[in-house]
Design a protein around this ligand. Structure first.
Ligand code: FES
Length: 145
């Protein structure tokens, strides 16, 4: 049911951990299952993401998508990181079973929340980025799938 890439990133997740004094930290919850994701970004003065780490209480699909998402944003500019959508992450993983698609939203939302935190702290505007709904969702989320 899971692709080889999903199994690989689940069994050997990349970039698990925390970053002390991170440039931006985002924490989000999944409205469907209540699982939680936190992303830490280390961003340099040129707005390049030098390092990224994640921690999650999510399921295997959340672990795999976060692992892949962190790999995809590392080394990118904050603007480029906006292109790393849950769709892009799922494609990079060769797909996810439909019932697990909501899990992949955690990584995208946590990255956006961390970028928002960074933008707020530094007084910059990242095009296309809006304020996260709330740190932990209250269950009101548009159904996209
Ligand atoms: Fe909660 Fe996958 S079931 S993140």
């Amino acid at each position: 049911m899971y692709s080889e890439k999903v199994m690989d990133h689940f069994q050997n997740p990349r970039n698990v951990g925390e970053i002390e004094n991170a440039s931006g930290v985002g924490t989000v919850g999944n409205a469907k299952c209540g699982d939680i994701m936190r992303i830490f970004l280390d961003i340099d003065e040129n707005q390049i993401i030098q390092d990224v780490k994640f921690k999650t209480f999510g399921c295997g699909a959340a672990v795999a998508t976060s692992s892949m998402a962190t790999e995809l944003v590392k080394g990118k500019s904050v603007q480029e990181a906006m292109q790393v959508t849950n769709k892009a992450v799922m494609e990079a993983l060769d797909g996810l079973p439909p019932v697990k698609v909501h899990c992949s939203l955690l990584a995208e939302e946590a990255i956006h929340a961390a970028l928002w935190d960074y933008a707020q702290k530094n007084g910059i505007v990242i095009e296309g980025l809006s304020q996260p709904k709330s740190d932990i969702h209250d269950g009101e989320e548009e159904e996209e799938y």
